[in-house]
Design a protein around this ligand. Structure first.
Ligand code: UDX
Ligand code: ADP
Length: 474
């Protein structure tokens, strides 16, 4: 291993984590060749597309980096075997959804994609390879990867006597919408592992742009558990403020004022205190469910119940919004036109995984509403997948509504009975409600689940207004 040096890196999985992370590594480390591989050919073609507006992932700042480094030291490919073979370091950044079937369904993470990546690495790697787990994973996953890799060497058919592996955990803390910023200037980088030499190789890569004092090293399990814990704490703050939003609405307190006052306490801090329709995204729910699963596995039932409550509160908050919409529209939304503003799980991303919009729209469709959906970045094809329903088609069930995709908000709001702001896209803050009040059908409603509109601007119109944590103005 004397002459071992990191020259080529490969990342398995060209998704929301793998794509931006490797783009930033390539940008900051021009001396390294970085290749992102994926089994999904369409995704790789999109990453290679000359039309930068057609990237599979929308992240502010991403296309600028891609245009600078793609084809120089950043490559996207489907040639998984070749790239693994040539790489000194392989990141695993594949999807890790919650299991839907079998043991642990609804709680445990489905590791089949991680396992198949580990098997590919075991098969194709040559010489010494450092394997870095990047996906959000259950505690002790590194063990699974390690076993697959080490067994491949032990296998008597294995002729690569010089094949060796070491495994590191390097959880990603980027938040979508600010991924590039988070990667370029991280709060911390966490590297878990047992082999100090390999830890140092990865640390050296980050030290090209991150101060060494921000790079923490731990054992493998602490690293994995830290990621789950960080996400559980963040999600818990949202459920906490959402619980307070409901109290504000009935008492006359304003949730924004409460958040501000509470956040001024330096021990609490001001971030992550915005009430909303409930958290979405690919991590929070999955990670907490995973923590619950882990606690149950070790028979720590009180701990499992404690964390599960964060999810229950989130589901409740989401549900109460659709119920409230129906209630305010005289108890029925059948054949009423409702415009949904925003479908992504937060602003500045085209990701819709676990978006609160999905369940709100589903509830309204169940109640017969005619839904128009607008989002600046999410494509109609994605919404169709999430709702599992083509647009403009009437379901056979009598009471079921229909939905359509719209690109012009003002046009969509013509004769609409209600508008629902689900995502806090900046452009929704600038809408002209006076103009809109003239084109909506009376009595018209605006439901602002993010509290981003200025109540005084709505007061000047004939529109009825409800916002999270403030209640109604009728
Ligand atoms: C999260 C973690 O922040 C990140 O560190 C981790 O690596 C992955 O999971 P992400 O899911 O991309 O990132 O976005 P985040 O900004 O955390 O938002 C998650 C959800 O919480 C969104 O639906 C967002 O709208 C909601 N949220 C966030 C609130 O409702 N209120 C807040 O104050 C903050
Ligand atoms: P994340 O948010 O964690 O990045 P995504 O679902 O956006 O998750 O991306 C994961 C990517 O991993 C997908 O593009 C998927 O096709 C890819 N992937 C899953 N399994 C494999 C595999 N065995 N080999 C290569 N790519 C894989």
């Amino acid at each position: 291993m004397e002459s071992f040096k990191i020259k080529k890196i490969c990342c398995i999985g060209a998704g929301y984590v793998g794509g931006p992370t490797m783009a930033v590594i390539a940008e900051k480390c021009p001396h390294l060749k970085v290749t992102v591989v994926d089994i999904n050919e369409e995704r790789i073609d999109e990453w290679n597309s000359s039309d930068l507006e057609n990237m599979p992932i929308f992240e502010p700042g991403l296309k600028e980096i891609i245009s600078k480094v793609r084809g120089k030291n950043l490559f996207f490919s489907t040639q998984i075997a070749k790239e693994i073979k040539e790489s000194d370091m392989v990141f695993i950044s594949v999807n890790t959804p919650t299991k839907t079937e079998g043991f642990g369904a609804g709680y445990a993470i489905d590791l089949k994609w991680v396992e198949s990546s580990a098997r590919q690495v075991a098969k194709y790697a040559q010489g010494h390879t450092i394997v870095v787990e990047k996906s959000t994973l259950p505690v002790k996953t590194a063990e699974v990867i390690k076993e697959i890799l080490l067994n491949s060497i032990k296998n008597k058919n294995c002729k690569d006597y010089d094949k060796t592996f070491s495994i590191l955990s390097n959880p990603e803390f980027l938040a979508e919408g600010t991924a590039i910023q988070n990667l370029q200037n991280p709060d911390r980088v966490l590297i878990g592992g047992e082999d100090q030499e390999s830890i140092n190789y990865l640390k050296e890569i980050y030290m090209n742009w991150v101060k060494s004092t921000k790079i923490l090293t731990t054992n493998l399990w602490s690293s994995e558990l830290s990621k789950l814990t960080a996400n559980a704490f963040l999600a818990q703050r949202i459920s906490s403020i959402n619980s307070i939003s409901a109290i504000c609405e009935v008492t006359g307190a304003e949730v924004g004022e409460v958040s501000k006052a509470v956040g001024f306490d330096s021990r609490i801090g001001s971030e992550f205190l915005s009430a909303g329709p409930g958290f979405g995204g690919s991590c929070f729910k999955k990670d907490i469910l995973n923590l619950v699963y882990l606690a149950k596995f070790y028979r720590l039932n009180e701990i499992a119940d404690y964390w599960e409550q964060v999810i229950k509160l989130n589901n409740w908050q989401n549900r109460r919004i659709s119920q409230l919409i129906v209630e305010k529209l005289f108890g029925t939304v059948s054949l009423k036109k409702i415009v949904i503003l925003g479908f992504s799980f937060k602003a500045n991303t085209n990701d819709t995984r676990e978006s609160p919009a999905i369940s709100i729209v589903n509830d309204l469709l169940e109640n017969g509403a005619e839904i128009k959906i607008h989002d600046p970045k999410v494509k109609s094809k994605q919404i169709m997948k999430d709702l599992n329903l083509s647009f403009n088609t009437k379901e056979k069930r009598k009471e079921f509504g229909s939905w359509d995709y719209v690109s012009d908000v003002y046009k969509a709001l013509e004769n609409a009975d209600a508008a629902v702001i689900v995502t806090e896209w900046p452009e929704y803050k600038k809408l002209d409600w006076l103009k809109i009040s003239e084109i909506m059908r009376n009595p018209a409603w605006l439901f602002d689940t993010r509290s981003i509109t200025e109540p005084s601007a709505i007061k000047e119109t004939s529109i009825n207004y409800w916002s999270v944590g403030n209640g109604s103005l009728e």
